[in-house]
Design a protein around this ligand. Structure first.
Ligand code: NAD
Length: 366
């Protein structure tokens, strides 16, 4: 399949962790023109934040995805071939308390973007929506009694208070977790997840009979240099890094065996690029992850060893958060087949890069 070499890009949320990495990579092509729309949310960037230092072919607009006039103007000016719609509120736990804010930014913001595209972007060819594995909720499990595959309901508080963290079937049968494929039925267990699923629906429906095709990428846990070290709502590995460097004892939730699929930022940016360069049918949905399960305890121990801290600088507390998912791992065969993509950076290599970046920031007094 021939890959397209697009030159005009709009990245919403392009000052954020993933968006800024993408913008900077695209800007290496000096013929590319990149527009970034970002409101520099204080939760992510701190108060009085400056946007990242961008080269001349990145046009930064400080504005809000909910502001129709701003979004229409930027699309009119940019006339993008490709839009990557990153702007979002991203804290799973926080979304349970701030429902309207999450719906406004993630759902209303996406609607305004789509209406502005219809009005002002006749040349748009591709739209990439970063969605999330969160839409799978607890994800698929095999019932050990009857072999059936089910997505169990969200775990109940009484069981977790009693230290029973592994989900069971509605009949109480024991379950074994398996990787989520793109066909796993959606079962969002948080407001954040519901808004990401709604974004998928909106983008898919708005693109029917349009000039553009959308690709939906369901990211697993993305980590690496550039992730906010101060946003308490996202990025467990960044949070652990900050805590280790602050000589804190890591608080490991549940029994330490919460499982995540950590995928390194550079691999994710490559997947985004391939997802618009390769012609794919509208609405194609692809998991982007490492495909490998890692327990939170393993990840914490690896980070501690990278920072040369004693291995036991953690405590398994049995604390838990309502709405947290026990096991999240992606089946990435579709990404391998459709994008010829697979992650190149191992967890150890990625955590070393994260560690170097954090130490660098401390040295430079940031
Ligand atoms: N990082 C992950 O592990 C992960 C996993 C799954 C999905 N995603 C998705 O990827 C996308 C990017 O995530 P990220 O990790 O880079 O997050 P991030 O918080 O670093 O970046 C999001 C950016 O959006 C901006 N933003 C927030 N509200 C805005 C608004 N109202 N108007 C304009 N800009 C606004 C923020 O200032 C920030 O720069 C999000 O859509 C997120 O849902 C991320």
């Amino acid at each position: 399949m021939s890959q397209k070499n697009y030159k005009r890009f709009l990245i919403t949320g392009g000052a954020g962790f993933i968006g800024a990495k993408l913008a900077l990579r695209l800007a290496k092509d000096l013929e590319a023109q990149i527009w970034v729309l970002d409101n520099l949310s204080p939760q992510v960037h701190g108060n009085n934040a400056q946007h990242p230092i961008f080269p001349a072919n990145i046009n930064f607009i400080h504005g809000d995805i909910r502001d129709r006039k701003t979004v229409e103007e930027i699309i009119h000016q940019a006339q993008p071939d490709v839009i990557v719609h990153m702007a979002a509120e991203t804290g799973t736990g926080q979304s349970m308390d701030e429902i309207s804010r999450y719906c406004e930014v993630n759902v209303l913001g996406t609607s305004i973007l789509l209406e502005s595209i219809r009005k002002n972007a006749p040349n748009l060819a591709r739209l990439v929506l970063p969605s999330s594995r969160a839409i799978y909720g607890e994800g698929p499990y095999r019932d050990r009694e009857n072999g059936q595959i089910i997505v169990p309901p969200a775990r109940n508080i009484e069981a977790m208070q009693a230290g029973q963290f592994i989900p069971t079937s509605p009949q109480g049968n024991q379950l074994t977790a398996i990787p989520a494929t793109e066909e796993t039925p959606a079962a969002p267990a948080s407001i954040y997840a519901s808004t990401k699923l709604m974004q998928e629906y909106l983008v898919t429906q708005a693109g029917v009979n349009a000039s553009w095709q959308a690709t939906i990428l369901r990211f697993q846990n993305v980590y690496g240099p550039g992730q906010s070290l101060t946003n308490p709502y996202t990025g467990v590995l960044s949070i652990f890094s900050s805590q280790i460097l602050d000589n804190q004892i890591l608080n490991i939730y549940e029994d330490g065996d919460i499982v995540r699929d950590f995928v390194f930022i550079d691999d994710v940016v490559t997947a985004i690029e391939l997802s618009y360069q390769i012609p794919l049918p509208h609405g194609t949905t692809i998991n982007i992850g490492s495909g490998k399960p890692t327990t939170i305890l393993e990840a914490a121990k690896t980070l501690l060893s990278i920072y040369n801290k004693p291995e036991n600088t953690y405590k398994i507390t049995g604390n838990f958060r309502v709405g947290d998912i026990r096991h999240a791992v992606a089946d990435i065969n579709q990404a391998k087949t459709l994008l010829s993509w697979q992650p190149k950076v191992s967890l150890r290599q990625g955590l070393e890069k994260l560690g170097d970046w954090c130490l660098q920031r401390i040295k430079s007094g940031e």
